[in-house]
Design a protein around this ligand. Sequence first.
Ligand code: NDP
Length: 434
Amino acid sequence: MTTGRQDQSVPTEGGVGARQSRSDFGGVAGNLALLVALPIGTAYLYFCARFNDGRFFPEPGADLEAFAESLAPSWETAAVYLAWLAFQALLQVFAPGPTVEGTPLEDGTRLRYRMNGRSSLLITAVAFAAGVVSNLFPLRWIYDHFGELISVVTLFSYGFAFFLLIYGRITEPARNSRGVVVDYFLGAARHPRIPPVSGFDLKVFFEARPGLIGWMLVVCSFAAVQVEHHGSLSTAMAVVCALQFAYVLDYFWHEPAILTTLDVQHEKFGWMLLFGDLVWVPMTYSLQAHYLIDHAPRLPIWAAVLCVLLALAGMTLFRLSNLQKHRFRSAPDGLLIWGEPAEFIETRHGNRLLVSGFWGWSRHSNYLGDWLLGLAWSLACGLGSLLPYFYPIYFAFLLIHRERRDHQRCAAKYGEDWDRYCRRVRWRIVPGLY
Ligand code: NDP
């Protein structure tokens, strides 16, 4: 372990460990199963919130016919969604914002990324408000077309993932292929861009813009429908909206931090990430607000305050730990963490592993903070149904699985140095527990 000032050596994404495995997510069979199961799961959660009285398990009398009809895609919804994607893509290209460099690639070069998320979000908010006020885009449109949106965006994901597969097959050496199914599901190219190398970064664009901003609009629509149905906004809905907005705003406030995450540095871009960004995040992370439309529990002020405090604790842990690693990886020279020079472990690979601050508590304190935030959204919905708790339950599995995949990748990449790091930072996610 080394303590003190660091020089400017920077991580690269090369090395055996950086490669994704052919057996990730159950290999070919697991990938095929998830290609079917994830869209069905999304539709099922929609069914529970809208047609099953907010219950997680099917109830007698649920209107299956209306549910099935509501999923039928329409040209209107497809046109609106494509216009939405085009609008966000135009903002990505033209909205003002700085351009920053990512971490070095295998050949030592760095890609450049336009970080104009804040201005894009602001312009979208103004355009959305203008659309609503002028009645061009009624607030409840998203609510009314939610089933169609699930189908349309899922179909788009299946189609666009083919484009990503072909792109990867053309631009990547054949030896990097993991077979057609895995390449389709997990991606064939790590940094697909149009045009290749210097252009528009598809992964970073889809990672945030249409899905995360879309999630905010979905939640706005659900809140508006609650007001229409019940005459006022419940405290629970206000808390859920405020906390979810804060999560998305925080992302855009610290947008460059995305460049040192697993997804951007190491994951290839295929159907799983695309579907996650475009369908899973906006359609299922809004489940609490969806549930609350017609199930407004009485949330006393003290309970609302507790939810907000829990979310603030989670947000602080999530954001500060991500920032500590991001700053360490981007500009390590002279970095102070909690008033002390950052401590790190030198590796033979050349990268350094931070062991100061939250990165000395556990190997993924950022995951714990993120999970606590989601728990706070769910607790605001009361204890009347399991449905709003789907997110923290699923997310716990996702984060545990993600940590294990990352651990395997880093163990292969850093070898004995990773073992040393794990002995120094013993806990995987929750200090003292796991
Ligand atoms: P991290 O941001 O923790 O990145 C992991 C990578 O960081 C590792 O692969 C390694 O890359 C590097 N690293 C690991 N340990 C250290 C260390 N001690 N010092 C320096 N670098 C280290 O993970 P994720 O990208 O998975 O998550 C980023 C955030 O996104 C998290 O807060 C997570 O909660 C959130 N997230 C949210 C999701 C959601 O759906 N809401 C889904 C997934 C993530 P290298 O090879 O470069 O060393």
